[in-house]
Ligand binder design. Sequence first.
Ligand SMILES: [Zn+2]
Length: 151
Amino acid sequence: MPEDKWLSFKNIKHTMRVPYVIYADFECLTVPVYSCHPNSDKSYTEAYQKHEPISFSYYVASATGFLKAPFVYRGPNAPQVFMERMKIEAKTIQELYKNPLLMDPLTNDEQKAFQQANHCYLCQQVFTKENYKVRDHDHQTGKFRGTACNT
Ligand SMILES: [Zn+2]
């Protein structure tokens, strides 16, 4: 029998909202595919059309809403153009991470919540002298998120 027989959730980081999300959609033309008829004595899959990407649209969302207006493309090489756009968007987001914001001053309610907190809003551990409480804030918005462990 193992010593530690209890499992507990440890990946607190997976409970946090991701700061940026890109929502994308492709439109395709269904183009007929012509081929010879397969042997009907065996099971087979017959391709009769293929999806040809012709356009896409996406927008970048953050915790605070749209980062910028939706981007729409219709034309040749839509998948390649999409990949180039994603590289540009990734670089833009990477730049935003380079400049974390300082925490906004706490509102009266936030200050009160911080003072009254006796456990971490993320892992639920009770604060102690060693595991003292700190103010956790969103580095992209500067907003106070909650009272958390110091580790
Ligand atoms: Zn914690």
